[in-house]
Design a protein around this ligand. Structure first.
Ligand code: AMP
Length: 447
């Protein structure tokens, strides 16, 4: 029996878990800045939410879904992406009827795709994303894009590149697909098996093919911009003009078509660049959609959204030192000297936590050297050291583990003593302090 994790999944713990938590908290705070609210849809949906009657031609829906029959003989699917499920939730709960429009929703959680696992590509991965539903407007597109960029900026990315394109309305796409079919028809024999299928189902998907030779052929394919209706053309330039007003730089990428069929009009990706301009690839992708609400049984409302791959964001942040500041250490390691003080020190540690300081203590007797090693491993700022003698006298030794300074403190003034010690730590600035556990604000307010 093999108890290893399922291929393409990974366990997240330690620093990686803190990093994920941090990234999602920054992105959530950014979305809330734009008046978005969280939605938590189920991970499991009936398969037709993703496949839908019209039949999705995307690789994600055709080939990569975790689909199975449940015990009631219904076909269910682990979500491969969020948009369809969020829109289904909006329809099921008639959110379009109850709320102020447009609806502004953000989500965060795992998605599942049966892809070939490789660096940065998993079968279970996490996405953060937003959907703005109910208003067909270039301003909504622009707001979604600027919020996506803002989220990444708040995480510390300072070199980002926005790639934007339009895939037009349905009519424009129909003409474009005909032109692509005509172009690829004579070349398809040299192309991969998937592209044969794509040519039949939706030739725009060929533009996404990762095979080098196919990409080479696709380079000279007709361009969407030559098949755009006047309305789509106008719509695209409206969005670009708002981005200009917002001072957002962009690059029009006429090969960008996005991987899911519900998109129409404006589509975009945000890429991270290295200091010397190397493209690390897309951190997020999104676009405008129409028809999806209606297909899922709701009113004919449009939406716009993006989805960000959190593992990719985390790995780039880690490579660029953007996670170094994350504090993983505890405030105090409380050290019982001698076995007989274990119980009292255990109780004292609990008091320390009640004061709002993170603390730990050994649950069985350890030698001093071993306790200092543990304190270091846990990144403790201070050691609080006491044995039976100290307990009887109502005192303890408080040792700053960085500076090695040590002072005697009185246990019946524990709170004041700890507050003073933490406030004296270098880099502790009352004005900048957002640490809820920190007590410096209590003094400010005269508490
Ligand atoms: P998509 O939903 O395909 O538009 O993807 C949005 C973002 O999710 C991409 O830019 C990637 O960063 C991320 N992503 C997509 N598929 C995977 C995967 N299999 N593993 C990790 N991240 C992924």
């Amino acid at each position: 029996m093999d108890y290893s994790p399922v291929k393409g999944t990974h366990d997240v713990y330690g620093k990686d878990a803190s990093a994920m938590e941090y990234i999602s908290s920054v992105l959530k705070a950014t979305a809330e800045l734009y008046s978005y609210q969280e939605i938590i849809p189920p991970m499991l949906e009936y398969t037709e939410v993703f496949s839908r009657g019209t039949g999705e031609s995307s690789d994600i829906v055709r080939k990569e879904m975790y689909t199975f029959m449940d015990k009631g003989d219904r076909s269910v699917t682990m979500r491969p992406e969020f948009t369809a499920g969020v829109v289904r939730a909006v329809v099921s709960n008639k959110l379009y009827a109850n709320e102020d429009m447009p609806l502004k929703l953000y989500y965060c959680g795992p998605a599942f795709r049966y892809e070939r696992p490789q660096l940065g590509r998993y079968r279970q991965f996490n996405q953060f994303g937003v959907e703005e539903i109910g208003l067909d407007s270039a301003r909504a597109d622009a707001e979604c894009i600027i919020m996506a960029i803002q989220g990444l900026s708040m995480l510390g990315f300072d070199k980002l590149s926005l790639k934007i394109n339009t895939i037009g309305d349905e009519d424009s796409r129909k003409k474009y697909k005909d032109a692509l079919r005509a172009y690829f028809a004579s070349k398809i024999d040299e192309m991969c098996d998937d592209c044969h299928e794509r040519l039949k189902l939706n030739p725009m998907r060929i533009l996404d093919c990762k095979v080098d030779h196919d990409q080479e052929i696709a380079k000279n394919a007709p361009k969407m911009k030559d098949y755009l209706s006047e309305a789509s053309d106008k719509r695209f330039y409206e969005t670009l003009s708002i981005l200009n007003d917002l001072g957002v730089d962009y690059e029009i990428d006429d090969g960008l078509v996005r991987g899911l069929d519900y998109y129409s009009e404006v589509v975009f990706e945000v890429h991270a660049l290295s200091k010397d301009g190397k493209d690390y690839g897309a951190l997020l992708g999104g676009g405008h959609y129409s028809g999806l609400l209606k297909e899922l049984g709701g009113p004919d409302l449009a939406g716009v959204g993006y989805a960000m791959g959190m593992e990719r964001v985390q790995s780039l942040m880690s490579d660029n030192g953007l996670l170094d500041h994350l504090e993983t250490g505890i405030d105090l390691y409380v050290m019982p000297v001698g076995e007989e003080s274990l119980n009292d020190v255990f109780v004292l540690t609990e008091q320390v936590r009640q004061l709002g300081y993170s603390a730990d203590t050994p649950l069985a007797a350890l030698k001093m050297g071993a306790m200092f090693k543990k304190a270091e491993k846990k990144g403790a700022k201070f050691a609080l050291i006491l044995g039976q003698d100290e307990l009887e006298k109502g005192i303890a030794q408080l040792k700053n583990l960085a500076s090695k300074e040590q002072k005697e403190i009185k246990l019946d003034h524990l709170e004041e003593e700890l507050d003073a010690a933490f406030e004296a730590l270098p880099g502790h600035d009352e004005d900048d302090c957002h640490d809820e556990a920190c007590h410096c604000h209590d003094h400010e307010e005269g508490k």
